[in-house]
Design a binder for this molecule. Structure first.
Ligand code: SF4
Length: 750
């Protein structure tokens, strides 16, 4: 059976069939301990792929790990793992692992060099750029894939040590919208939920979120809900999750904002709101009521394609059930008006009092394993622990805690990701340091991104593989250790801090990102500034201090072993909470339940106090806007992008290294087409078609399926070709790219 047959088989069944396939990895021969091997020890570490933050138990022998299995007693995954987790060790062994530093010679060929030469070259060339063009001519692009201690080190070294103003991360591509939405609405980037809320809800509303594929273990948490929940999926496609839902609202692409304003309109009109909650804990309710007055059911039906009676049905569901939780991922975040769309969900939760109680919340699910660590500690667009670079008091606090001279801390904000690329295009930025990400594949409008990267005077790529599209463009390649070859902490979507550990040796001369940052600090002559940053464990203590008295305060955590003993710990965790006594800060959270006697789960805002100075949440809103590139006669179809399978991760840099995962996903790019469109265009199943946008033309295999409506097509994001088509437009507040909808056409090759 090939993959397309398998997809047809899955699609021919309902969601549970999909779930069964996903949760029975053994059926596909996924990683298991060979029976002949008797492991001598085990240790637990958090998975390094996605933000779910499952714990994996590594089975160790004297010469290294021999297998992984899901940790049964960890409160996140409860003994489950998706295929990526099972295969996490396999992807470490690959012939294209970077094993030695590489420097491109004058003929454009990489030559092996040693670490002293690599770090000296790095420092000399960067200082040359700084001296010639100024500190703003250097920038970095980081990641949500390295440990929190490493990303904090990078942020401190880049800004305070090397004097760079501009640094951003690939989290801009997935989570920036949620960050800005929460900051504006709650006063702090604070996803309020705990995963137990999946099990405690009466209504689970999933918006632009295909959990079965993107977060399969979270879907399993939904399946553990004993309250017979209504599951509402809002997505243009009939995704695997939509197939398993009790209600699917197949909205027109990018009509989410008017949809939720329309639901708010009905709730206000019917009086189906929690007026006391709005009065006591929010601001802007009356203005919001006026704003949504024009979003009548008839108007919204026209814009969204959802009939007025279905809108009413959904609003009634929200009104009549006690516990309603709203969850979103990239369908909301990757949009030209993503922040307002996220806030339209936050507003629904606030106006119905669905926040701070079990089974409720306006809940953004993160993407990468440490996107949440990046949000607090990357030191890119925000100063450490949710502070602002532009706030003198915040700069002073950080200066004192880290013993960094105050004048070393920038008082201006960094460029965002696309502004950094534009800076290169405009000739302002001459040097770029790319760490554990692959913009030449993943950035929107990829052809332009590649052209931009090729204009740099000096491109340094720090990665575990030499074969990424970006590594191939590098002048200097620094070989990095991978997950499983280094230690530190990660923070998952529900704010749970967990540990990663070194269980295997990095190949050749590859070093942990942490150690590479230490060497670069020394080479740049600022090693003494980072005396305290001697190890990930030492930096964890610094991060605790940075978090103290902030909304994310986790200074009550002792050390990494405390995290291991507790099954991870969700922030906030101030010192007195460690003794089960509530402090002012801890009163903002609610301890909900012990899990297997190991830890407690907590959600935020149980007391209705938010992080704005007045303690209230703000209802934010704005008129919805038309799609930037709507279909027309030349490009009559709308391209949707997203995850294709549970076994592929982002640009497949790692998952393509596993023969098992490769077997479970199509090797080559395919395009999902509605049969009606295929008939009209004369496209047969599995035929090669051209998909064309205003920017490029690519080839893909046709996969005919009812899961995309007529007039739309779907391409999985994992293939390099996809972002040759996408349109570089951005949310004005979060600066996040709008990957989800652009105009395309299909034709047969001549
Ligand atoms: Fe790892 Fe995410 Fe899979 Fe869990 S769901 S095993 S964290 S990739």
């Amino acid at each position: 059976m090939n993959w397309l047959d398998l997809r047809n088989l899955i699609r021919a069944h309902d969601g549970p069939m999909t779930r069964e396939l996903l949760q029975r990895p053994g059926d596909f021969g996924l990683a298991r301990l060979p029976e002949s091997i008797t492991p001598t020890a085990t240790t637990n570490l958090v998975c390094g792929f996605c933000s779910t933050g499952c714990s994996l138990t590594a089975h160790l022998q004297a010469d290294g790990p021999v297998g992984l299995s899901p940790t049964t007693e960890y409160p996140v995954n409860l003994g489950m793992a998706c295929p990526k987790g099972w295969e996490a060790l396999t992807v470490l062994n690959s012939p294209d692992r970077a094993t030695t530093p590489l420097l491109k010679n004058s003929r454009g060929k990489f030559e092996q060099i040693n670490w002293p030469t690599a770090t000296r070259t790095f420092a000399e060339r960067w200082m040359r750029i700084r001296d010639r063009y100024g500190p703003e001519a250097m920038a970095w692009l980081g990641t949500g894939q390295i440990a929190t201690e490493e990303m904090a080190f990078l942020g401190a070294l880049g800004k305070f040590g090397m004097g760079m103003l501009h640094g951003d991360g690939n989290t801009r591509q997935c989570m920036a919208t949620a960050v800005v939405a929460y900051k504006q609405s709650f006063g702090f980037d604070a996803p309020p939920y705990t995963y137990a809320d999946f099990e405690e809800s009466d209504v689970i509303v999933l918006v632009g979120a295909n959990l079965c594929i993107a977060h399969p273990i979270l879907w399993e948490r939904v399946m553990r809900n004993r309250r017979q929940p209504q599951i509402v999926v809002i997505d243009p496609r009939r995704t695997e999750t939509a197939m398993a839902a009790t209600m699917h609202l197949a909205i027109k692409p990018k009509s989410d904002l008017p949809l939720f304003y329309g639901i708010a309109h009905i709730l206000f009109e019917r009086g189906w709101i929690d007026a006391d909650y709005l009065k006591q804990h929010t601001s802007g309710a009356e203005e919001f009521r006026k704003h949504v007055a024009s979003y009548t059911p008839e108007f919204v039906a026209n814009v969204t394609g959802i009939l007025p009676e279905r809108l009413e049905e959904f609003a009634q569901l929200v009104h009549t059930r006690k516990r309603v939780s709203f969850w979103w991922t990239m369908g909301i975040n990757q949009s030209y008006e993503g922040v307002r769309a996220a806030q339209s969900l936050i507003n629904l939760a606030l106006m119905t009092g669905n926040i701070g109680r079990p089974g409720t919340g306006a809940n953004s699910i993160t993407g990468q394993c440490n996107a949440m660590g990046s949000r607090l500690f990357s030191n890119t667009t925000g100063l450490f622990a949710g502070r602002e670079f532009t706030d003198p008091a915040h700069r002073n606090e950080v200066s004192q805690i880290l013993e960094i001279p105050l004048e070393r801390i920038p008082d201006k904000n960094s460029f965002s990701y696309h502004e950094i690329l534009k800076g290169i295009l405009d000739g302002k930025i001459k040097g770029l340091w790319v760490i554990a990400t692959n913009p030449a594949h993943s950035w929107i409008n990829q052809d332009q991104a590649k052209d931009i990267l090729s204009r740099l005077e000096f491109l340094v790529v720090q990665d575990m593989y030499t074969s990424t599209e970006t590594a191939q463009l590098a002048d200097l390649m620094l070989p990095a250790a991978a997950w499983g070859e280094k230690s530190g902490t990660l923070i998952n979507s529900e704010r749970r801090i967990g540990t990663i550990k070194q269980i295997a040796r990095a190949p050749g001369q590859a070093l942990s990102d942490f150690r590479i940052f230490q060497l670069i600090a020394q080479a740049c002559g600022v090693g003494s500034m980072f005396r305290q940053w001697s190890s990930p464990a030492a930096v964890f203590q610094l991060l605790k201090q940075l978090s103290k008295d902030r909304p994310c305060d986790f200074s009550g955590i002792e050390d990494e072993s405390h995290l291991d003993r507790s099954g991870g710990i969700q922030w906030p965790f101030p010192p007195l909470q460690a003794d089960s006594a509530l402090t002012d800060s801890a009163e903002r959270s609610q301890i909900t339940m012990p899990v297997a006697g190991i830890t407690q789960e907590r959600r935020l805002f149980a007391d209705g106090k938010f992080f704005h100075a007045d303690g209230r949440a703000k209802l934010r809103f704005e008129a919805s806007r038309p799609m930037p590139e709507p279909p027309n006669d030349d490009f009559p179809l709308i391209l949707l992008t997203g995850r294709g399978t549970a076994v592929q991760w982002h640009t497949q840099t790692r998952t393509a290294k596993s023969a098992v995962l490769q077997k479970l996903s199509p090797r080559n790019i395919y395009v999902e087409i509605n049969p009606a469109d295929a008939r009209r265009l004369g496209v047969q199943p599995q035929q090669t078609v051209l998909v064309e946008s205003r920017r490029a033309s690519i080839r893909a295999t046709a996969f005919l399926t009812q899961s995309v409506p007529p007039g739309q097509i779907f391409l999985p994001m994992h293939y390099a070709e996809v972002n040759r088509l996408t349109d570089a437009v951005f949310d004005p507040y979060s600066k996040q790219p709008s990957y989800k909808a652009c105009a395309v056409r299909l034709r047969l090759p001549s």
